[in-house]
Structures are given as C-alpha cells and as structure tokens.
Design a protein around this ligand. Structure first.
Ligand code: ZN
Length: 174
C-alpha cells in the first residue's frame, strides 16, 4: 500500500494528468467537471475492486442525483481503482522506473478511457476483442500526450509500455 509520501506523489500526478488530458481533448473546465469519476488507491477499495495483476481498473457505477426519481437523473460514475501493490511491485522490477512518471502514465491512461466512455467514443461493455483494440489505442494516445513532457523523465515509462502501443495484429481474423 502507498505510504503518505507516495500518496502525495499520486495526488500530484492526478493533478498533472487531469490538466494534460483535458487539454488534449480541448475540454473546458465545465466540460471536465461534468465527467463523473474518482481516483482511489488501495486503502479506499473494497475487495471486489482489488485485482492481482493490472495497475488499475475502472469500475462503472450508476449514480443517482438527489431528489429526483426519473430515469434521466441516473448517470454513470467511473471509479479508477489504483492497485498500489501491483504498481509498487513493478517499480522494483523495471530499470529506471520511478513512481511519479509511472503513476502519471497510469492515471493519464485511465482518464483517456474515462473521457472516451463519457463521449461514447468507446462503449464500456465492448467485446473482449474490441477492448484489446481500445487498449492499444489508449496506450498510443497516452504516449502522444506524454511524449512532449520534459519536466519529468518519462522515457523509462514509455519504453516500459512500448509493447502495448503496437496494433493487435490478427484481431480481425479469428
Ligand atoms: Zn486501459
């Protein structure tokens, strides 16, 4: 589980990622605020939200606005569940990988997913093949968003995720 110092690194990364992703999609502050999501770390996850391998997963919940009973008051809420244990384990294994750039990549990636779900560029309930193709697209976009960044050394992270950017050949043919 992240310690307090690591949690503050995570919070900084969330702020930077939000800025980068909203700029990338040319979203106004108001448009961004209408996205319903939250980023949570292991300490705030229930057992069904914890997974053994991925660095994060997004869970969609149905939200209801207070005081309204009609269907239109229902909205999708995305909970980005960071998997502290898997992130920390990877840090120890890959050369040059440090927490800030690594977590910046992970959160940027997850926010790209959230924007695409919200704008119906991607369905949450897509087929497994389509999900894999979307993964590749989202990794490519994350790379595009992060590669101009010079304030932190992202090259070990971009190298780490290199394989994911390749198109999944053979997906179209069974
Ligand atoms: Zn993803």
């Amino acid at each position: 589980m992240f310690n307090p110092e690591e949690l503050s690194t995570v919070n900084n990364a969330i702020a930077v990622a939000e800025e980068l992703v909203s700029n990338h999609f040319k979203m106004s502050t108001n448009q961004w605020l209408r996205l319903k999501y939250d980023v949570k770390t292991l300490a705030s996850l229930n057992s069904s939200e914890i997974v053994t391998e991925p660095f994060a997963q997004i869970i969609r919940y149905e939200g209801k606005r207070e005081g309204k009973e009609l269907g239109s008051a229902v909205y999708d809420f995305y909970k980005i569940c960071l998997q502290d244990h898997n992130i920390l384990k990877a840090l120890g294994k890959a050369p040059g990988l440090t927490l800030f750039p690594f977590i910046l990549y992970i959160i940027t990636h997850e926010l790209v997913h959230v924007v695409r779900f919200n704008t119906f560029l991607q369905h949450f309930d897509a087929s497994p093949e389509e999900r894999l193709a979307e993964e590749s697209r989202v990794h490519a976009m994350t790379h595009l968003i992060l590669s101009p960044i010079r304030s932190t050394d992202l090259s070990p992270v971009l190298t780490y995720f290199k394989e994911w950017r390749k198109p999944f050949e053979g997906l179209a043919t069974p």
